[in-house]
Structures are given as structure tokens and as C-alpha cells.
Design a binder for this molecule. Structure first.
Ligand code: GLC
Length: 789
């Protein structure tokens, strides 16, 4: 009935009175034990603990001393931080070299400052407390200039000021629209940008939580249905610093295997072995690059995970071998629901080994998913995770290196869309309800799968794609944004959604290119593929019975455009790979909102229809039908149109023409990008490594190209190559210094340094020596030097 006008029946109006709120009251006493500062207040207990000089944790429990337990998101222990404590009649002040906290005694309130007394976080007259439903909540001042980003996977625009968002992992087939405030991921983290300064807050509470940046003009709040009010404040002060700090707390991804960054093709479902072979032949014949094909639920025997339907797929082992030869990976879907079938070994092991989630009285929870009545592994338990991980031998024995976890909110086909919240989890001896663990279910499943695959792959990097997750999900999986639709609006929505996922620590993310549900059109597929070329994760996927959307589905013109952009992805692979390496080291995402590099430029604060790749490449996708022009905002500096070489001054909005085969791309003057050759898949050797410089008149530019074998963890033992390039611009004289670090020997023995713009009269020096004799090619507005590795 909620889908009809009945939803607005006058009799359904809810009471406007809120639930009574209990303020924490005045401070009664204060102690310091080890590195924890404990405050006993009239109606609650608060602990403050510094994790680093620039990160402080605040924990409030209304009824007892805080447990100081952390969720599975946390990967570090607090460091020993020197804190200077100053007490006055009204306050207690705690100072590290970077942060200061002022605790007011009457009533108990907290304000957090940087060492220049700039306020990051200030509680309002309501401070923190709880209500009669035992929900914990805190209220902070919202300043006029505050802009909010992050919050994981949310619809709507980039800046979340004016939004109220719920964290409760939800399988939302439809609709994904601005009103939907809970999707598959719950990442209770956000970044505030205020007058060019950024700080972060991570609310580590796994219950259903709500962030309200909407209800009041000058106050925001966050609250949770249960547990403690447990949050970390990160100093920043730049947006990138916040990301580094947040991913210090919750972890970073390993460098993904290179093949995971290629073009991926999926469909619900490629239903038979013959269909998969035909699909692959099309890619090979048409010379359209592809690195992975997905097997959706039809590959299984009655949707039983860890099986193949031998009628549809008579010889998956051979199929896998043949595809591997062609340089193509196969990624099967693995859902958490295990079919109730006493003759099915996984179900048997689960029942006899006590692996499934159960009610408190021992009754196993069953819910309906694709296989029908199913049981759900209790992934919060490390023995269960180990068991599940080991089961993946079924796949790795066939040569599979990537897994797709879906339906892991967990999705259940019932009114609530998920598991009964009264079901219990046995988190290694500690009993917790599903109400508390729901948001962690997919995250724990990710750990089970990723670690299991990593153990089985003998040094090769696994790839995992997940739909559900919690803060820290980036440690194990890439995230795709679930069941979008083939609407232009969903292409538009995916841009800020992916940027905010990046700000939430998830660097490897992307939507279903072309749109999942509904029928795409040739033009939409072409424009969406252009966008996908530069989303961190690039997969075309569509639903059962929708119109086909493989690259060749809409005739030659569209096929040519789609092919051009899939090829462009491979051309840009060295640069993308370099940026993924950076993300794995710092947590700073590959796909960035412009404010991340230009935090003082107000034009960037809610710029939702263009983004940066790294710090110097602006991508401005075309997101409307029959539209061949768009406005692009260029921040300070000069920007070079990638296609025409035309230079535009920044600090300006410009009108750009973009015929169907053009995706507007701009590169900042005085910066580098690296490119490679077009390939059928990333498995082919790189033979034409190019580093492009878009020179400036003065100043310097630097670049560190990163390269390794793209496939194993040997980079952890120094098997990588970092090519550090520096260039000083002195008018017509360009002075380069180049230095290699690391022991990896790449495929290429020579590489090209390509200098853009008119270069005739330029003098080029490399490590102090002129290199003009090495000039071998002059391509109009660029010149190429071939250099030894
Ligand atoms: C869910 C997934 C979708 C998948 C389908 C069938 O809807 O989000 O990607 O194709 O299930 O497995």
C-alpha cells in the first residue's frame, strides 16, 4: 500500500512530538587512566582517546562506562600521544601538537579546535545524549559555509548539506532516486569543508544510524538506534589529509590486479557455455578490448553456490582455460544464501558445522532468495569466514581469480527486504543481534572471500566485487552501485555517487555502464561508456530480458564510439594504474571531486557533473540525450583540450562542443599523464609506454609513474618500478631530471617522452644534457623523444 496514494491518507499522519531527549547534563568527575580521559556526567559517561596527534575518538555511553570496543572497520590501535591537560573552573582542555579539545563542565559540552584555534566541531546547546528509545545522538553546530561529503553510496548531488541520510544496507531494486536514503552500502563517515579547510567524522556505530544535515539550518546531528555514540574526529586540514586519516583508521585496498581495471562485460545472465564463447568471439573478432566476463546466477546448479550447472556449462574447466588463453578472466557471482537441501554438501557442512545464523533458541534462520529457502553463513564468526574462504577452492582450481559477491546486505525476499533483526550472530564468542550486525554482514563476507581467495591464489592478487559493505570495505572489495536503470538521470546520478564513494574510502567503484534495469539506447550506451572509461571500475551489466547492451548492439556508429572509448581506457591504463597505486598508499581516490584539489573555489563545492582523474585531468561526461554542447568549469590555471590541443584559461565556465564520439577531457598545463598502447586485454605486453608533458612557461611539474607485474604481490618485496620525472620550465628551456626506483623490469625497454604544444624552438635538457639529437618524431603539436628505460 505504501506505493499508492494510501501512503498520504490523512489518518496516517505520525505524531509530531519527538521521543524525549536526555541531555548528558553536567560533568561530575574526570579521571585519566592510561591514555583514556574519562568523564562521568549526570546522565552518561564519556571517554576521549587520541589515536594520533590529529585523530581523536569520542565515546559516550548513557548508562555505563564506555566499552571502547571497535567495530571490524578499525585497523589500528591508538598511538601513544602526548597530551597537555589544563584545567580551569569552567573547562578541561586537552592539547596535542595538532588538536585541542575544550571540555565545558556545566553543562558537559565538547569543542574541537586545530592548533590555530580554528573550530572543527562544536556541540550545540543540546550536546549529546539519548532518548527513551535508547537511541544515542549528538548535535553539532552547522556553519553557513559548511559543505558535507562522503556518507558512502547516496543518491542526489555531491554536497550533502540539506540531506537526511540513513545507514541501513538495503537491496533497492527500484527506485534509485533522490528520496532513497539507504542503499546497499553503509559508510558512516563524512568530510566537512569550511572555507577551504576540511575535517572528517567517522561514526563507528553499526546499528541503523541517521545523519541529519537537513532538519535545522544551523545544527546537524547523527544518531543510532543502539550501541554507544562512538566517533572519531580527523583534523585534515586538506581534503586529502582527511582521506589519509580516515583510511589510516579503516584501511586501504591492495593494488588491484591490472585486469580488474580493464573493461568488463556482464549480463544477467550469459546462460550457457556456448553463449559465453560466442560473446568472447565477438569481442575478439571485432577487436574490442575486454578483460573479464561475468557469470550471473544461471551458471549454478539450481542457484547453489560453489556449483556449476553441467547442462548449461558442460565443461567449465575447458571454458576457463580457453578464455585464459585469450587473456580473459571469468568472474562468477557468489551470493550468501545457501539453498536448503539436505543433499547439498555446502548446506550439510553448514548445518553440521554450525555455520549458519540462528535465533537465540538455536533455530536456524531461513529466508527466501534466488535458490528458494536458504540459510545464511554467520560471517561475523572467524571460523565461518575461514570455512567459506576455503570453499573458493572450487573456483580457483578452475583458474578463477575474481569473485562477485551480491545480495549480501543480506537481501531476502520479504517485507523488510532482509534478515529478521532478532537473529543472533556469534562474533567469535560475543553474541550480537542482527539489528546490530546487519550493516556489517556484507563487509565480513568480503573479508571471508578476499582472504580465502588470497590464500588459494599463491601470490596472485584476487579481485572481489561487492554490493554491500561498511566502512573499511575498500580493504577487500570493489563496489558497484547496484541496480540502477538505463535512464539518463541515472548516468547523471552516478557521477556524484561515485565521487562520494571515493571520499568514503572506496577508490575502486563504478555503476553498471549502460544501466542495469530498463532498456538502454545506443546514445545512452555510448555516453555512459565514455563516462565508464574514467570511472575507477568499468563494467557493462544489464538485467534479464532487457534489450542487449553489448558494445555492438546498436549498429556500427554506436559500436565505433563504444569501441573507441573502451580502447581509450587501455590507452590510459598506465596513468590509471599509477593513480590506483597512489590510492593504495594514501587512500586518496582516483576519481576526485574538484573541491579536493581546489578547496577554496566555491564553484567546485557542489560540482556534480564533472570530476578529476588524479589532480590534473578533468572529465566532463555528456549526460543528456541529443546534446552536443555542455558547460565545463575549469578552475585556476590553463587547461588543454585533450582532443583539440586548444588552451583555455581557468577560473571560468566554458562552452564545449562534444559530438557523439567526444567526451570532454581537459589536462592542466604544467602536468604529466602516461599512456600505453591499445590492447585486446591487459594481458598483452606494453610496448609503447608514453609519458606526456603539457608544459607551462614557468614553475615545475613532477610525475611518478608506477609499474609492476600487475598480477602478484611481489611489489611488496620491491618488485616495482617508480619513474620519478621532474621538469623545470624556464620559458623555452625544459630541464628534466629522471630517476628510477625499484627493481621491477617492465615489458618495455624504451619509452617515449612526448612534449605537447609547439616545441620547435624549445631546448630540452635531461639530467643536465641536451637531448635534441634523440628527437625521432614530430607529430604536429607534439614532439616525441625515445628514451631508454
Ligand atoms: C541483483 C544484482 C544484479 C544481478 C542480479 C541477479 O539484482 O544487483 O547485479 O544481476 O541480482 O544475480
Amino acid at each position: 500500500m505504501q506505493d499508492t496514494s494510501f501512503a498520504i491518507h490523512p489518518g496516517s499522519k505520525k505524531s509530531i512530538e519527538g521521543v524525549p531527549y536526555h541531555d548528558i547534563g553536567n560533568l561530575n568527575s574526570f579521571t585519566k587512566v592510561d591514555n583514556i580521559f574519562s568523564f562521568v556526567c549526570e546522565q552518561g559517561f564519556v571517554n576521549l582517546q587520541f589515536y594520533k596527534e590529529e585523530i581523536v575518538r569520542v565515546v559516550m555511553n548513557p548508562f555505563a562506562s564506555p566499552t571502547m570496543e571497535s567495530s571490524f572497520a578499525l585497523v589500528i590501535e591508538p598511538e601513544v600521544v602526548e597530551v597537555d591537560v589544563r584545567e580551569t573552573i569552567e573547562t578541561i582542555e586537552l592539547h596535542t601538537s595538532k588538536l585541542s579539545i575544550k571540555v565545558f563542565r556545566t553543562p558537559f559540552r565538547i569543542a574541537i579546535y586545530d592548533h590555530n584555534e580554528r573550530i572543527l566541531v562544536q556541540e550545540t546547546i543540546r550536546g549529546m545524549g539519548y532518548n527513551d528509545k535508547k537511541e544515542v545522538i549528538c548535535y553539532k553546530e552547522m556553519k553557513k559555509e559548511d559543505h558535507f561529503y562522503g556518507f558512502g553510496e547516496k543518491t542526489s548531488f555531491l554536497d550533502k548539506r540539506g540531506e537526511k541520510m540513513t545507514m541501513w544496507n538495503s537491496d533497492v531494486f527500484a527506485p534509485h532516486n533522490p528520496e532513497i536514503d539507504a542503499l546497499y552500502q553503509s559508510i558512516p563517515f563524512f568530510m566537512t569543508l569550511n572555507k577551504g579547510f576540511a575535517h572528517g567524522i567517522f561514526f563507528d556505530n553499526t546499528f541503523k544510524s541517521v545523519f541529519d544535515m537537513k532538519t535545522e539550518n544551523d545544527v546537524y546531528s547523527f544518531s543510532a538506534e543502539g550501541g554507544e555514540l562512538d566517533y572519531y574526529v580527523m583534523l585534515g586540514p586538506t581534503p586529502k589529509n582527511v582521506l589519509e586519516q580516515y583510511t589510516t583508521l579503516t584501511g586501504r585496498m591492495d593494488i588491484p590486479p591490472k585486469w580488474a581495471l580493464g573493461y568488463h562485460q556482464s549480463r544477467y545472465s550469459y546462460e550457457t557455455e556456448a553463449e559465453v564463447r560466442e560473446l568472447v568471439n565477438h569481442f575478439l573478432e571485432k577487436e574490442i578490448p575486454v578483460d573479464a566476463i561475468y557469470l550471473d546466477i544461471h551458471y549454478m546448479d539450481g542457484y547453489r553456490v560453489f556449483t556449476f550447472d553441467r547442462e548449461r556449462f558442460p565443461n567449465p574447466e575447458q571454458l576457463l582455460k580457453d578464455l585464459k588463453k585469450a587473456g580473459i578472466h571469468v568472474i562468477p557471482i557468489v551470493d550468501p544464501g545457501v539453498k536448503e537441501d539436505p543433499e547439498y554438501s555446502i548446506y550439510q557442512e553448514g548445518i553440521y558445522g554450525d555455520k549458519f545464523c540462528q535465533y537465540i533458541d538455536g533455530q536456524i534462520y531461513h529466508g527466501d532468495v534466488w535458490p528458494g529457502k536458504s540459510a545464511f553463513p554467520d560471517f561475523t564468526n572467524s571460523d565461518v569466514r575461514k570455512w567459506w574462504g576455503e570453499k573458493h577452492k572450487f573456483y580457483t582450481d578452475m583458474g578463477i581469480e575474481g569473485i562477485w559477491n551480491d545480495m549480501n546486505e543480506p537481501a531476502v525476499f520479504n517485507e523488510t527486504k532482509t534478515m529478521d533483526t532478532k537473529v543472533m550472530h556469534n562474533q567469535d564468542g560475543s553474541l550480537k543481534t542482527h539489528r546490530e550486525m546487519h550493516n556489517l554482514y556484507g563487509f565480513y563476507m568480503g573479508e571471508a572471500t578476499y582472504s580465502g581467495m588470497k590464500n588459494l591464489l599463491n601470490g596472485k592478487r584476487p579481485f572481489l566485487l561487492t554490493r554491500a559493505g561498511y566502512a573499511g570495505v575498500q580493504r577487500y572489495a570493489a563496489v558497484w552501485t547496484g541496480d540502477n536503470r538505463s535512464f539518463w538521470e541515472h548516468l547523471q546520478m552516478a557521477i556524484p555517487m561515485c565521487m562520494n564513494l571515493g571520499i568514503s574510502g572506496v577508490a575502486l567503484t563504478g555503476p553498471d555502464v549502460g544501466g542495469f534495469a530498463h532498456d538502454t539506447t545506443g546514445e545512452l550506451l555510448a555516453r555512459w561508456t565514455q563516462f565508464g572509461t574514467f570511472t575507477p571500475y568499468f563494467r557493462n551489466h544489464s538485467v534479464l530480458e532487457s534489450i542487449r547492451q553489448e558494445p555492438w548492439s546498436f549498429g556500427e556508429e554506436i559500436e565505433a564510439v563504444v569501441k573507441k572509448y573502451i580502447q581509450l581506457r587501455y590507452k590510459w591504463m598506465p596513468h590509471l594504474y599509477t593513480l590506483f597505486h597512489e590510492a593504495s598508499k594514501t587512500g586518496v581516490p582516483v576519481m576526485r571531486p574538484l573541491f579536493m584539489e581546489y578547496p577554496n573555489d566555491h564553484h567546485t563545492f557542489n560540482l556534480s557533473d564533472q570530476f578529476l582523474i588524479g589532480d590534473n585531468v578533468i572529465v566532463a561526461p555528456m549526460t543528456k540525450p541529443d546534446t552536443f554542447h555542455r558547460v565545463v568549469y575549469l578552475p585556476e590555471g590553463n587547461w588543454i583540450n585533450y582532443w583539440t590541443g586548444e588552451v583555455s584559461e581557468g577560473n571560468k565556465h566554458i562552452l564545449v562542443e562534444a559530438k557523439l564520439d567526444i567526451l570532454p577531457i581537459f589536462i592542466k598545463e604544467g602536468s604529466f599523464v602516461s599512456n600505453g598502447s591499445i590492447k585486446q586485454s591487459t594481458k598483452q605486453l606494453e610496448e609503447d609506454l608514453q609519458i606526456h608533458l603539457y608544459p607551462s612557461n614557468s614553475g615545475t611539474a613532477s610525475y611518478v609513474l608506477y609499474e609492476d607485474d600487475g598480477n602478484t604481490f611481489s611489489y611488496e618485496q620491491g618488485q616495482y618500478l617508480e619513474k620519478h620525472i621532474n621538469c623545470e620550465f624556464h620559458g623555452n628551456r625544459l630541464e628534466f631530471t629522471i630517476e628510477n626506483k625499484g627493481t621491477y623490469k617492465p615489458d618495455w625497454k624504451q619509452w617515449s617522452l612526448i612534449i605537447h604544444g609547439s616545441v620547435e624552438e624549445k631546448e630540452v635538457l635531461l639530467n643536465g644534457e641536451e637531448i635534441s639529437p634523440l628527437l625521432i618524431q614530430n607529430e604536429g603539436e607534439m614532439v616525441r623523444f625515445k628514451l631508454d628505460i
